[in-house]
Design a protein around this ligand. Structure first.
Ligand code: ATP
Length: 280
């Protein structure tokens, strides 16, 4: 039996523009995606008995075939024609249904991990093609770089040179369904004139791009998100934004001490999940 332990990082969106609704029901997006060092742990064990087992033990996350990690392994076995036995144990650290891409990252990590363990030899590009069928954010976690993501999230190009930042994540512990947010989004016909800079040299430039078209939808349902944004700014964040479809909000800080101090202040009330993280 061979076991590997892998880290599946979360992401935030520095920017999320919804450009248009497509005939297939998805939306064309333009996003700036950044990985952070808040990670789930994925332990993958190969064994002789064929079949896939997934255990997670976190409320709100299914074990077995309902788990996106199970579907990732299943897709890989079907495509490669290899029927091995694999057990996947997920230790969740990333809040669930939180706009942090936790499920997508778990799936990407299983695709890459099983590809390596079984020496399937599938290219990164092929893994991304398999991944996008599991979830629109999965290819980004296989890409493993800060990225401009277009299409439904699968057209990725690297954004080099963004400075490392410290972020404080605040999650008010209300799960938000991504599907619900898109159903309640009212698209305007406004032209998005903003050009995403290919190079950002400073924290101020990161803050200048912060914008999320989904934020207003989620804030209408959960006004606490607006309150969290204001609290983050009041404890020293240079900018604050909801990530993905929410409800997690992140504040941007220039250094670790400022971020940890802010996280300590916001943790005091005890009702929110608060943590300081570094960009990857
Ligand atoms: P995104 O930012 O990509 O929209 P999210 O962070 O909002 O993702 P997830 O944490 O990925 O959302 O979870 C969405 C749903 O997927 C949950 O309702 C959960 O039950 C289900 N799910 C299935 N497998 C997993 C997994 N491995 N981790 C988290 N959620 C999972």
């Amino acid at each position: 039996m061979r076991t590997v332990k892998l880290q599946a990082p979360a992401k935030v969106n520095y920017r999320l523009d919804v450009l248009r609704k497509r005939p297939d029901g998805y939306h064309d997006l333009r996003m700036v995606m950044q990985r952070i060092d808040l990670c789930d742990e994925i332990a993958i064990t190969l064994h002789d008995q064929p079949g896939i087992q997934v255990t997670c033990g976190r409320e709100g996350v299914p074990d077995g075939p309902g788990n996106i990690a199970w579907r990732a392994a299943d897709a890989l076995f079907k495509i490669s024609g290899k029927q091995a036995g694999v057990s996947i144990a997920i230790t969740k650290q990333i809040p669930v249904a939180a706009g942090l891409g936790g499920g997508s990252s778990d799936a990407a990590t299983v695709l890459m991990g099983v590809n390596d363990l079984l020496q399937l030899g599938l290219s990164e590009e092929r893994l991304m093609e398999i991944g996008v069928k599991l979830g629109a954010d999965v290819p980004f976690f296989i890409f493993k770089k800060t990225a401009l993501a277009e299409g439904i999230g699968e057209k990725l190009s690297p954004l080099d040179g963004l400075p490392a930042a410290w972020l404080v994540l605040v999650n008010p512990n209300v799960p938000v369904s991504t599907a619900w947010v898109y159903q309640n989004l009212q698209l305007t016909t406004r032209q998005n004139e903003y050009n995403i800079p290919r190079f950002c040299g400073s924290i101020a430039e990161i803050c200048a791009m912060l914008s999320n078209d989904l934020e207003a939808v989620t804030i209408r349902r959960f006004p606490v998100i607006q309150e969290i944004k204001e609290r983050l700014l009041s404890v020293g964040a240079s900018g604050a934004l909801m990530s993905g479809s929410g409800p997690t909000v992140f504040g941007v800080f220039a250094d670790e001490v400022a971020a940890r101090n802010a996280a300590a202040v916001l943790s005091r009330a005890g009702e929110w999940f608060v943590t300081a993280v570094k960009t990857l």
